[in-house]
Design a binder for this molecule. Structure first.
Ligand code: ZN
Length: 380
């Protein structure tokens, strides 16, 4: 039997082939450029001809989040539209930590990824579609190190300055799927919820804060190997122009409410992280954050508050992270939303785990919770 072919030479691709023997392959993940981080993979298999594939990704004990692999199932698609999970076996004692997938294809081709990919080509299609909607203004905030645009979409006439931004960590593609759900709702003039949100708020939305890492198939960093969510205290044109551009625009508008959208490798649940350790923490600010979490939890079974990161002790916040920096800098309610690479265990889905479809629905639910939160504060 002929050998299968494995290829990742495309937008957001990442894999290196160690060996191929028939339908069996040993693989490894390429590190982010000038960095030790790796965990994102996205590749294509061809020549499979209905055979059962055995694909082993090796060396994963050295990946960014080894705790991400136990209980994780690989995402696979044969049409690049619908992504489902396939049985995956983790063995921390084999070849430096290995994940093996046995998968039988219906056809000749399949795509495998850490999560349903969100390429820069899809990003441009998305920006074009939303920017063309009535009442939406496109704004170019700056350029990345590779020269790609930092895109921002703005809308609404209200006084409440709302900033939503995603994919500082480019491998966390669920964050841009969330953006699709949120922006499709906000740009929809038939939605009374969207009209009311736009009456009350001015929205500033950055669907992809790290286009270079996204196109290069990185997990966590930009083209210079810099983790953008450790740059917010002191962004620079040389290392982190993406953050510099976004933070300058925030300084110009002010920020009342901010959400930074992420994915978490290890924790099988959707959760929020706040800013409890900032030096200037105000009671009302913390109450606003807690109230938002309460409203979102009431609204959807795809969110919970029991599982999450430990709360930072008073005064110990890391101000290089955007949520802490914005809460400190503007006295606003800011939060980091984390979605799982695995599944949301309180409401599991056997076939897909956490998925693009659920990420989009959560985007809509987060805006619904925001409207309730705003009405609480100002019923008019
Ligand atoms: Zn992240």
């Amino acid at each position: 039997m002929n050998d299968i072919q494995i290829n990742a030479a495309f937008d957001s691709g990442n894999i290196e082939v160690l060996s191929i023997d028939g339908a069996t392959a040993r693989l490894t993940i390429r590190r982010d450029r000038d960095s030790d981080f790796f965990q994102w993979f996205h590749f294509r298999v061809s020549g499979a001809q209905g055979r059962e594939l055995a694909l082993t990704i090796t060396g994963l004990n050295a990946s960014a989040y080894p705790r991400g692999w136990p209980g994780y199932q690989v995402c696979v698609s044969e049409d690049r539209q619908f992504w489902r999970r396939t049985e995956s076996h983790w063995d921390d004692g084999l070849e430096g930590g290995s994940l093996t997938v046995h998968h039988r294809l219906a056809g000749d081709l399949a795509w495998f990824a850490y999560f349903a990919p969100y390429s820069m080509e899809r990003h441009h299609d998305f920006i074009a579609r939303i920017a063309a909607a009535d009442g939406v203004e496109y704004r170019h905030l700056g350029k990345s190190l590779d020269g790609q645009p930092i895109d921002c979409l703005e809308m609404g006439d209200g006084g409440m300055q709302v900033w939503l931004y995603a994919r500082q960590h480019p491998g966390e593609t669920m964050a841009e799927w969330w953006m699709e759900g949120a922006l499709e709702l906000l740009a929809d003039h038939t939605s009374s919820m969207a009209r009311e949100l736009r009456r009350r708020c001015r929205f500033h939305i950055v669907p992809n804060a790290n286009p270079d890492g996204s196109r290069r198939g990185h997990l966590r960093t930009n083209a210079a190997g810099v983790n953008l969510n450790r740059e917010w205290h002191d962004p620079s044109a040389e290392k982190s122009p993406e953050v510099l551009a976004i933070r300058n625009a925030m300084d110009a508008s002010g920020v009342d409410f901010a959400m930074d959208i992420h994915g978490d490798e290890a924790i099988p649940a959707v959760f929020l992280a706040g800013f409890e350790g900032i030096p200037s923490l105000k009671q009302e600010q913390r109450a606003g954050y807690n109230r938002y979490a309460e409203l979102l939890e009431r609204r959807t079974p795809d969110f919970q508050t029991a599982i999450g990161y430990p709360i930072t002790r008073p005064g110990k916040a890391n101000l290089s992270m955007s949520t802490n920096q914005l809460a400190e800098r503007f006295g606003c309610v800011a939060m980091t939303l984390e979605m799982p690479f695995k599944d949301h265990d309180p409401a599991p889905n056997q076939r897909q785990g956490w998925s693009p479809e659920r990420s989009k629905q959560l985007g809509r639910d987060c805006l619904g919770a925001l409207l309730e939160w705003l009405v609480d504060r100002d019923p008019a």
